[in-house]
Design a protein around this ligand. Sequence first.
Ligand SMILES: Nc1ncnc2c1ncn2[C@@H]1O[C@H](COP(=O)(O)OP(=O)(O)OP(=O)(O)O)[C@@H](O)[C@H]1O
Ligand SMILES: [Mg+2]
Length: 462
Amino acid sequence: MGRILLLDDEPDMHENCRRILVRAGHECLVSSNPSEAIATLESAMPDLLITDLRMPSIDGLEIMRRAQELDPARPVIMLTAFATIESAVAAVKAGAFDFLAKPFTMDQLTLAAERALAQRSLIIENRNLREQLNGVFGFEKIIGSSPAVQRVIDFVRKAARSEANILILGESGTGKELIARAIHANSPRAPGAFVPVDCAALPENLLESELFGHERGAFTGAFAPKPGLLETAAGGTVFLDEIGEMPASLQVKLLRAIQEREIRRVGGTHQVRIDVRILSATNRDLRSLVHSGKFRDDLFYRLDVIDVVLPPLRERKSDIALLARHFLQQFRGADSATPRGFEPEAIAALESYHWPGNVRELQNVIERACALADGPALSVRDFPDKIRSPKPPEDPEPSCVSQSAGTELSFKQAKAKWIEELEDRYLRDILSRFRGNVSQAARAAKIDRTTFHRLLNKHRIR
Ligand SMILES: Nc1ncnc2c1ncn2[C@@H]1O[C@H](COP(=O)(O)OP(=O)(O)OP(=O)(O)O)[C@@H](O)[C@H]1O
Ligand SMILES: [Mg+2]
């Protein structure tokens, strides 16, 4: 059973075919207008397209190209008059699953549809199996056909094979951790562990004992010796996230660990060998931290043997639709009543927004839209105001609640803006009250840590 879109410019074909396909247990959408059909491909995401090859305004091959661009696993059946059987054969060569010469019988139609749908299930099953085989974090998890992303993937694929330390740079939410996981999964160290450490999330002494471990009695509360992550990740990869936040004293220790491939636990006396590859990431301008003396240059050069720069989403607008569709598939329930695709204006709205929070922000927007939507396709109404009426990107970051009531805005817009500003100010204040300690601040705010982190990311607070 599947959802089928039938496109034919002779309306009397519609009713017959629709009845036959529905009787066979399928859901059938019909259209006699190619541009309407293209919109339906996007909004209803049918499993199978059956289209006439010759139509006055557009060629069936062009529709097929569009259908498969949106979903490469979607089979296409061409309908053709006897006279054009040669072009039908050409269509199959160009990627159509099958063709039916008019007039065809009920059985021919249902059989062709069933074979096409079975083929689709096989392709999807095969793709899932391949993904499982390649590990959860292979490069195929990185969505993006823009030249910028393809360049990054090509480069990283090669860099993964070496043992070199890699520094991953990019704004918040551009996929730095995703890339780090893909590098590990495609490196000779893949059988070993991937150990992420968020250098911004822990106060200095905890971060130190987390990374380097400690001996019994090294500090109050150190009741038992504990190996650090640099030690336990032996054979694997340590991912130092937010490396720009690493305190100066730990920068020295880390430098020594990388140079000598040895560490000493806190309170310990002997050296322990380590065997890790170090990937690090930051959304700060590390070079300027080096220039201003906040980050050691010798450590910078050790970490930055190879660097990878992830472009912000607004600089690769062609990936927005692709990512949005990917997240929709991820978040929509198995229930077929949930949205399957997007209305064309919805994609246009997503493409014209400037995405300060990059891919993570897009992911959140689609997750929210999936939860709220009640139509068959996501529409602009399912998106937050910032996307429906985008502000120009050069707006200064709100850092405190503005004094004017903003009467040039509608009440609803003004309220949304005030709430944003209030959130921002609250987060900055509570963080500075706890001197940047996220766990303590989250606890005091009575928000769980993940949500708190998400809010910090949303407001780009470090
Ligand atoms: N190209 C992509 N394809 C698919 N998913 C992506 C892509 N880029 C990012 N994501 C998803 O977006 C989210 C944010 O990515 P990630 O955590 O890797 O970003 P980040 O750069 O580490 O962000 P931050 O600086 O805020 O830590 C994740 O859920 C990730 O899976
Ligand atoms: Mg990250």
